[in-house]
Design a protein around this ligand. Structure first.
Ligand code: NDP
Ligand code: OXD
Length: 307
């Protein structure tokens, strides 16, 4: 039985080591070294393209990341289960990234960076964490973990999802009406939504206009959720004060894109979080065990919902 990996080859080598240690009976191959196509039962991939269509005995497709939009589900036969990555490394990375971004916004570091360029020494009034209202779009594995950490600083926390959630110390909103209600009480908006037809372009003028004037954005979902022209307008008008963008559309962001030169925009190249090879292999091996035992795998996605 072969597990075929098609993603970053440097990390693939680490996956191979871990598989060899923990499950030497499984052949672990890194694409394009396919071996016998008929032996491939499991595919672990970031962007498989049409590879799944060419493997006659494939049983499961695993996303190497938490998101699955990059897989192109139309290229994966309808009968195959698709499973996303649930592992602690990806959660820890995201919690670190978003916490740092929120604290930078909360402590006015965008303004102080501009002051430093101008050699200006001008303290700004401090805002207590309890008066800073955080709103997280998406209350899944990542949104929930981020809120749990931000709560510890005393921020006033809220979150929004498709179905109603109940999280201690977090004001939970759901559905269309819930979105407007949450936006109205949000100073720092964090996007941790999966990319689906319903969330594409969601971060647009309509959403920015419903935030209190001078709110900030931390975008760590997917680039195509943001209408960048609307963000530029909102920054220009002061409706949005600052933005931290880890994801863009396209990626990489073209060198002449106007977002690069915005004074209160910080851009990172989709590094907020990444699967940690050791714990990711553990998660995949556990799912192989569950699958072979006929049990439900962790992180199985619902194709009709798109996440
Ligand atoms: P989950 O699937 O665990 O959670 C998704 C959340 O979004 C759920 O709460 C879901 O609601 C909510 N949601 C989905 N669609 C809608 C909608 N139309 N309206 C309202 N709420 C909606 O995902 P994760 O938390 O694991 O990951 C979220 C995303 O983060 C990934 O899909 C990926 O795009 C991104 N990501 C980015 C990384 C980076 O480095 N920048 C790294 C890893 C992930 P409900 O609970 O009701 O189903
Ligand atoms: C993911 C990502 O989805 O890294 O895991 O973006």
């Amino acid at each position: 039985m072969t597990v075929l990996y098609k993603a970053d080859p440097v990390r693939g080598a680490l996956w191979a080591e871990r598989f060899a240690q923990l499950a030497p009976e499984i052949q672990f191959r890194v694409w394009p070294d396919l071996g016998d196509r008929a032996a491939v039962r499991y595919l672990v991939a970031w962007q498989p393209g049409d590879l799944a269509l060419t493997l006659p005995n494939l049983e499961v497709v695993f996303s190497v990341g938490a998101g699955v939009d990059q897989l192109d589900l139309s290229q994966i036969p309808a009968h195959l289960p698709v499973v996303r990555m649930l592992e602690p490394g990806i959660v820890e990375g995201m919690v670190e990234y978003v916490t740092e971004a929120v604290l930078a916004i909360h402590r006015d570091l965008f303004d102080y960076a501009l002051q430093q360029q101008a050699r200006a020494w001008q303290p700004l009034p401090l805002c207590a964490a309890a008066s800073r209202r955080i709103g997280v779009l998406g209350l899944g594995m990542l949104g929930t973990a981020v809120l749990e950490r931000l709560r510890l600083f005393g921020f006033a926390c809220a979150g929004w999802s498709r179905s109603q959630h109940d999280i201690e110390g977090v004001a939970c909103y759901a559905g269309e009406a819930g979105l407007d209600a949450m936006l109205a009480r949000t100073d720092v908006l964090i996007c941790l939504l999966p990319l689906t037809d319903a969330t594409r372009g969601l971060l647009c003028r309509r959403v920015f206009d419903r935030l209190p004037r001078g709110a900030s954005l931390v975008h760590v979902g997917r680039g195509a959720q943001l209408v960048s022209g609307d963000l530029l307008d909102a920054l220009q008008s002061g409706q949005i004060h600052s933005a931290v963008l880890d994801v863009t559309d396209p990626e990489p962001l073209p060198t002449d894109h106007p977002l690069w030169t915005q004074p209160r925009v910080r851009i990172t190249p989709h590094i907020a979080s990444a699967t940690r090879p050791e714990s990711a292999v553990d998660a995949v091996l556990e799912n192989l065990r569950l699958h072979r035992a006929g049990e439900r795998m962790n992180g199985l996605i619902d194709r009709t919902r798109g996440y």
